[in-house]
Design a protein around this ligand. Structure first.
Ligand SMILES: [Fe+2]
Length: 221
């Protein structure tokens, strides 16, 4: 192992007593961590990949409010039209069948992401997701949830874990069908508008490899 190239990002919620923490069980996914990150920041995928998130009846994604490159990643503000499920209504305290989910995403290079949901009832649900490459064909999925309802928990940890695992399993199922080697050169694949964060990611990974004098694997490797 080499020295770390970056500090572990600070998570303010971990020091805030308003928040409780729920650890989901780690899982090994047979996919590329870059593909998994790109999927997370693709605001069209929910309506097609997920039955437990998004809105298959109105799958056109909302235009992101912000896609901003940062020193170590991306800040992405992108709300989502969402047809709720009973588990969502229970875990997030939603009463309506339809809701626009207020969502903020932050990517810290290389493989750390945080998603903040702000629900109308004041609940903040912060999910940390790490896609850690553990072999050439395996990624360790780590998912940790912070919620600002420690004084009066509004859902059981069991249900919070159940929802996170169910949504994660839908991502895993599609990601494991993709090629393990993601080409960093955007021209190697076709793209659509919602791939913009992913294209920024590929450029930043290319820059990172160059900075550390590493070479990308052949696309066919
Ligand atoms: Fe997803």
């Amino acid at each position: 192992m080499h020295d770390p190239i970056a500090e572990i990002p600070y998570v303010a919620e971990a020091d805030d007593t308003q928040y409780r923490v729920i650890h989901l069980p780690n899982q090994v996914w047979k996919c590329s961590p870059i593909a998994a990150l790109e999927n997370l920041f693709d605001n069209a995928h929910h309506h097609y990949v997920h039955t437990l998130l998004g809105d298959r009846g109105s799958p056109e994604p909302l235009k992101p409010e912000v896609i901003q490159e940062t020193d170590d990643g991306i800040y992405f503000k992108s709300d989502m039209r969402n047809h709720t499920t009973s588990l969502q209504r229970n875990v997030w305290g939603i009463e309506d069948d339809e809701i626009i989910l207020d969502r903020e995403f932050i990517w810290h290079m290389p493989f750390f992401a945080r998603i903040t949901l702000r629900l109308p009832n004041g609940l903040r649900n912060v999910t940390l997701i790490l896609f850690s490459p553990i072999s050439k064909s395996e990624t360790l999925w780590t998912n940790i949830v912070f919620r600002n309802d420690s004084a009066n928990p509004s859902a059981t940890a069991e249900d919070i874990i159940k929802l996170g695992l169910a949504i994660g399993a839908e991502d895993q199922a599609i990601l494991e069908t993709l090629h393990l080697n993601v080409p960093l050169e955007p021209k190697m694949q076709q793209h659509m508008a919602t791939d913009k964060p992913g294209i920024i990611m590929r450029r930043k990974f290319s820059d990172l490899l160059r900075l550390h004098e590493e070479v990308e694997n052949s696309p066919n490797a």
